[in-house]
Write a protein that binds this ligand. Sequence first.
Ligand code: G3P
Ligand code: MG
Length: 240
Amino acid sequence: MHRPLPRWFAHRGGGSLAPENTLAGIRLAARLGFKAVEFDVMLSGDGTPVLIHDETLERTTNGFGRVCTTSDDILFALDAGWGESIPRFADAANLCRELGLLANVEIKPSLGQEIETAERVAKLTVDLWQGAFVPPLLSSFSLTALEVARDLAPDIARGVLYESVPADWMAELKRLRAFSLHCDADFLPDDILAEAQANVVPVLCYTVNSENRAKNLFAHGVSALFTDRLDLFGPDVING
Ligand code: G3P
Ligand code: MG
């Protein structure tokens, strides 16, 4: 990343004001002044990278069963909310480029598909953002996926995602040649934040939906936050 990070990322595409991980959500985030969005990418049963968070379809669509065993013809006919279909990763990438949004592409493999998901997503990310003015940021909870991304897309910045940050996190970041540390805002000890600052590693925290919490985290040196509350963190707060 060669530019200052936006302070706010719309979590799961559009946060809580739009169906999560949809193009409508990404458009809404841009309309509300967000400069960055985070979304989750998994492989369909046909190996197509698509935007979805859960390994199963029930919570966010009118379908059922596992994403990784559902064929594209079935998957793309489902309603992901507001009549939106599950987006192809390629369509979300093109939309982010068109809107000038920084995309945090979270590689979210179905269990056991870490390598093939990362291979597909990393290679596509290179192609889709070729020559882009705003390059994307890849991240994953899967260290295996990040290793693949490091090897196949070395020039695309990587963020290491943790729920709870382990003591050897800095060694992992170095091994993965990662740019940033992403973690749960509720599990970020002061000593880890201090170590990140000493090593000039940006820290990005999910999921922050309250103003006081956000102020506190920024005051302590966190670089950026993921939020569902697009209504609360409108352009004034975002640009302020
Ligand atoms: O990438 C940050 C955040 O999205 C990680 O949690 O479960 O919402 O993908 P989750
Ligand atoms: Mg995510």
